[in-house]
Design a protein around this ligand. Sequence first.
Ligand code: THU
Length: 135
Amino acid sequence: MTPAQQELFDAAQAAQARAYAPYSHFHVGAAVRTRSGKVFAGCNIENAAYPQGTCAEASAIAMMVSAGEREIAEVLTICDGELVGTCCGGCRQRIREFAKPDTMIYNCGPDGIRATFTMDELLPLGFGPEHLLGG
Ligand code: THU
């Protein structure tokens, strides 16, 4: 892992430790780095009314936008388990809003990076702001 990836990993892992997931018991952390170099992290937050829960990626993006940043340079997620915890479909779309086709997305387990994708690989032909704003 590069020092930059390690910084994202540490931020995502710290957020994962604060996940509120009493129903799934599946704790997720996410961290985004903005083009300006700032790092924002978030965790999944479940709810007794199940559909009201939020994913870790959504939490990290909420922190980023609330701080006045809107350009994602790279994303890292971390979860437990044996499988690669790829971002859910909804989160691919959420990241897409603030990313570029070549934005890197790292999916990690406790052991480190398990898979690396570009935004375009995770969400090919995705619908984005340029469709509404005329490019
Ligand atoms: N989860 C995330 O936080 N991110 C994803 O991309 C996949 C799923 C969360 C949502 C829920 O709290 C738990 O993982 C189980 O689905």
